[in-house]
Design a protein around this ligand. Structure first.
Ligand code: C2E
Ligand code: MG
Ligand code: MG
Length: 877
């Protein structure tokens, strides 16, 4: 038993629990065998068990008190202990009392014990929680007790009951009845209550029986038998009380005050009392005073008990209605709609919030299948979720949220999210409870956020992020095709500067509109940044290129804006989505192709390829390295001699530019000049060339002249002529020793400027040469219009096969024509690019006096060129 020390070994515990009752019973047996006087044995046995029981119950009470630190929970055990003490005392005193006083002493002890036991039982945890409830238990017990006492009184032996016996009968009945009521009504720690109630019952019964036997002077063996329950009872009471220690037995859940009515229990004694009264009426015919008093005394106790019950009923009714009002306001004011759905999936009930939240009436919903309320496209999912919820035991396996569209009372579809909880286990509900939340606002917000995050605000096209996402999605499709077009607008910066940003924005918006109108339905058009746009198309290369052409046409149409017409041109780069290491690489490739298209001219479309990439990388390297090449001393000149074709004597030389870069090696002019022009450093480089050339030639034989190439951009510079003049002065070079060459193919639309500048040079005394004549167009008009002293005939015209038709079919080499025209115009002729003896002969035959080419001499650095001169140039006489 837990009242004993838990450290005791098992046998010691058995001795501790069973020892005292066994010893007491042994004393009683000894008395029965005549070895001990009856009353002495009775007193000794009771004293032993009562003392041990009382001590242990008090210790238990102290232990509970020490653990819970409150007076409440321990008091049950404490009062029960006092009851055990009162019981014991009432028997222990018997040997010392005169014979006549024994029965009354026991009756008094019984009364005390009954009161203490009742209090002890009422204070056990789970017996009764409020004072009202306790009083109700007492009145129930008292009315039950009076009914029993009434029946006992009416039954024989008639009228002869001694006062002590009557008192014991009454007290015992009250005590027993009250204990029974308390035990039957207990809602927690039932076993404890049953054990304690059993112990109290047999103690009261035993002591009551001893009192009766003493009053009626019964035999001593009857006393000994009646003492048995008395000595056993402390152990039972202790066993029960020990179970109320916290943690021994958890209290079951339930409404502790649900048993307000005592009628079912009270009917038994009422029936017994009625039967006894009827029997008495039949057999005796009349009731004595005591019977009438007993009968009548039932009434006030029942009335008092009912008054308490009614007060409690009212209080609980008030509590319930308050709670109900709370729940009602919670449910109807909730942001969620609640529906109760039966196992057949038919809606049984919906919360009042339905009308407010969704405009739904009960007629719209109740009695209909839940999935039928949802959008036909969502109904199957909803049905699957509900069936899964119905069939799955595991709560974690159930879907958490069910998204679906619900038709509201106005016929509109509303985005909702539902949670389904299975409450079939709760008898009052026995259904699925669905909480439906309107998430329309959230979805709208999500859509807006998505739009903001993935849309270009100005044009309404997709933005870069969305484009990248689209490419990634398209690349993840098995066996995908498709291409990315990157489109660059040229001229928009000028529009912004000249007409303002509003006009620039209007152009961009119109570009967006034209893009949208041109691309296919599956294509995605996006604005990458500023004036860069892109289109992802799912089509293959041929269709993608055709799309690029259509875009080019659409975007280069004039932009007719209020008060302004804007023209722009575009470059389009194409790359296949399948290539590259990833989305970024696809974009990079299309961008490279776009740059290439831009470099090649206006309104071009270029595909990406690996060679293009190589070229572009090289180009980027050049662009990075070229600025500052002159100041870093990386520029160099080589000199190619120009010789007399008849005597092989050097007459001059052409200065050719070389860029010797540590990482790029020697870069030829054909590669570096376009970069220099694009970077705008051509003027700086040209100045260096001119100064270096003049410096070199000043040191050479005064009969020699040097020609320097200039690009149209250099020539067009307004200060070009004055700069040449200044350089000549600075290097103290006479002007006729300098020749300025301009390539024929590059004399384009700007001819008047070229004419003016060349004329300016001639005015200085500097000679001019038309380079590469015949390489591209061989325009005789150029010969007439340009102020030229020297004509350099390109090797394209020197080949033997180049002939012209004349005089009805006789072929004449074109060079002959050119030379004769040049001579007529008073020009000196140089045949360029002579690579073989045959070409030299042909040039000579055509009438060229001068020649230049690998067959005569290769371009060489200044020192080698000077060595060549020393060897070839005949000294003047
Ligand atoms: P160009 O003025 O016609 O110069 C002659 C080019 O032909 C040189 O190439 C020379 O190496 C090459 N050449 C000479 N003889 C032969 C031959 O027998 N066969 C062949 N196939 N080629 C021959 P380079 O040095 O690469 O110069 C190319 C062009 O770059 C020049 O053509 C000239 O237009 C331009 N250039 C050179 N230096 C400068 C410069 O300092 N400034 C500017 N603006 N342009 C320059
Ligand atoms: Mg040249
Ligand atoms: Mg040339």
């Amino acid at each position: 038993m837990s009242s004993t020390s838990p450290q005791l070994p098992p046998y010691a515990r058995i001795v501790a629990i069973a020892g005292p009752p066994a010893a007491a019973l042994a004393a009683l047996v000894c008395a029965a065998a005549g070895l001990l006087p009856t009353l002495t044995a009775l007193a000794a046995a009771t004293a032993l068990t009562a003392a041990v029981g009382t001590a242990r119950l008090v210790r238990l009470a102290l232990r509970i008190h020490a653990r819970v630190h409150s007076f409440g929970p321990c008091r049950g055990a404490g009062y029960l202990g006092m009851g055990v003490l009162a019981t014991g005392l009432s028997v222990v005193l018997l040997p010392f009392a005169p014979a006549g006083a024994r029965a009354p002493i026991v009756s008094v002890g019984l009364a005390f014990a009954a009161v203490l036991y009742v209090i002890g039982l009422l204070l056990l945890p789970g017996a009764a929680t409020t004072t009202h409830a306790r009083l109700r238990r007492c009145f129930d017990g008292v009315s039950l007790g009076i009914s029993i006492a009434f029946a006992v009184w009416l039954l024989p032996p008639q009228g002869g009951m001694p006062a002590a016996a009557l008192a014991s009968a009454l007290v015992g009945s009250f005590g027993l009845a009250t204990a029974t009521v308390i035990v039957l009504r207990v809602v927690a720690y039932r076993r404890a209550a049953w054990l304690c109630g059993g112990g109290v019952g047999i103690a009261l019964g035993g002591v009551g029986a001893i009192s009766m036997i003493l009053a009626y002077r019964g035999p001593s063996w009857a006393l000994l038998i009646a003492a048995v329950p008395v000595v056993v009872s402390p152990a039972l009471i202790l066993g029960g009380a020990a179970r109320t220690e916290a943690g021994v037995e958890p209290a079951p859940v339930g409404e502790p005050e649900s048993h307000l009515s005592a009628y079912p229990l009270l009917t038994i004694p009422a029936v017994v009392a009625t039967l006894a009264a009827a029997w008495h009426l039949i057999t005796v015919g009349q009731f004595d005073k005591t019977a009438i008093v007993l009968g009548l005394s039932v009434i006030p106790t029942v009335v008092a008990r009912e008054v308490f019950a009614v007060a409690d009923v009212r209080r609980y009714a008030r509590q319930l209605s308050t709670q109900e009002a709370h729940f009602r306001s919670l449910v109807s004011g909730a942001g969620d709609l609640t529906m109760v759905v039966g196992e057949d999936l038919v809606v049984r009930w919906q919360s009042p919030a339905a009308a407010r939240l969704f405009g739904l009436s009960d007629a719209d919903v109740v009695g209909r299948a839940f999935p039928d309320l949802m959008h036909p496209e969502d109904a199957a999912d909803v049905l699957a979720v509900l069936n899964q919820t119905l069939s799955t035991e595991d709560e974690d396996a159930r879907p958490a949220l069910v998204p679906a569209r619900l038709r509201d009372g106005h016929g509109a579809w509303r985005d909702t999210e539902s949670t389904v909880s299975d409450q079939r286990d709760i008898p009052e509900v026995a259904a699925l409870v669905v909480h439906i939340r309107d998430v329309g606002e959230r979805r709208r917000l999500e859509r807006t956020l998505h739009k903001l995050a993935f849309t270009d605000q100005l044009t309404g096209l997709a933005n870069r992020r969305e484009l990248m996402r689209t490419i990634a999605t398209q690349r993840s499709v098995e066996g995908h095709t498709g291409a990315l077009l990157v489109i660059d607008l040229h001229g928009l910066a000028g529009v912004n500067d000249a007409r303002g940003r509003e006009v620039g924005d209007a152009v961009l918006i119109e570009v967006g509109r034209r893009l949208r109108a041109t691309v296919g339905t599956d294509d995605v058009a996006a604005r990458l940044a500023g004036d860069e746009f892109a289109v992802v198309t799912v089509e293959g290369p041929v269709v993608a290129y055709a799309l690029g052409t259509r875009l080019l046409t659409a975007l280069t149409e004039p932009y007719l804006l209020p008060g302004a017409t804007v023209h722009i041109y575009v470059s389009v780069g194409l790359a296949e989505l399948a290539g590259g290491d990833g989305v970024d690489d696809v974009l990079r490739r299309a961008d490279l192709a776009r740059r290439r298209a831009g470099q090649l001219g206006r309104n071009r479309i270029e595909w990406y390829d690996a060679y293009l990439e190589e070229q572009l990388v090289r180009r980027m390297d050049l662009e990075r390295e070229l600025p500052g090449a002159a100041t870093r001393g990386e520029l160099d000149l080589v000199f190619q001699p120009i010789l007399g074709l008849h005597d092989g004597q050097p007459v001059g030389a052409e200065a050719l530019l070389r860029w010797r870069n540590p990482s790029l090696g020697t870069v030829l002019p054909s590669e570096l000049l376009p970069v220099a022009e694009d970077l705008g450093v051509i003027g700086e480089i040209g100045q260096w060339v001119l100064q270096e050339a003049c410096r070199r030639i000043a040191a050479w034989d005064p009969r020699l002249w040097l020609s320097v190439n200039v690009s149209p951009a250099e020539l067009a510079a307004p200060d070009f002529v004055s700069h040449v003049a200044a350089t000549l002065v600075a290097s103290r070079l006479s002007p006729e020793r300098l020749v300025i060459e301009i390539a024929e193919g590059r004399v384009g639309a700007d001819t008047p400027t070229v004419v003016t500048q060349l004329a300016g040079l001639r005015a200085l005394g500097v000679r001019t040469a038309l380079d590469d004549f015949g390489a591209a167009q061989a325009s005789l008009a150029h010969l007439r219009r340009l102020p030229i002293d020297i004509l350099k005939v390109d090797r394209a015209l020197v080949g033997e096969h180049v002939t012209t038709r004349q005089n009805g079919g006789l072929a004449k080499p074109l060079i002959d024509v050119v030379v004769s025209v040049g001579r007529r115009l008073g020009m000196e002729i140089i045949a360029e690019g002579l690579e073989s003896g045959a070409q030299i002969d042909q040039a000579r035959a055509a009438g060229c006096q001068l020649g230049q080419g690998f067959a005569l001499a290769r371009p060489a650095p200044a020192e080698r060129f000077e060595a060549f001169l020393a060897e070839r140039l005949t000294q003047p006489n």
